[in-house]
Design a protein around this ligand. Structure first.
Ligand SMILES: [Zn+2]
Length: 54
């Protein structure tokens, strides 16, 4: 007899990176903290998994 499994729960997306696992951060240089652009980096909230941590 086959027992239907409950629908797998979708993992909650990380709110910080919205599931992408990466976040863009502003890059500043110099003492004037001039903005030179954006750089994508690992999301520290989910550590790149894109899923909200427990
Ligand atoms: Zn994240």
């Amino acid at each position: 007899m086959v027992t239907p499994k409950a629908a797998p729960q979708e993992p909650a997306k990380c709110p910080t990176c919205k599931g992408s696992g990466e976040v863009s951060r502003t890059v500043r240089v110099g003492r004037k903290r001039r903005v030179v652009g954006e750089q994508s980096g690992l999301c520290l909230n989910c550590l790149g998994s894109g899923q909200a941590p427990d």
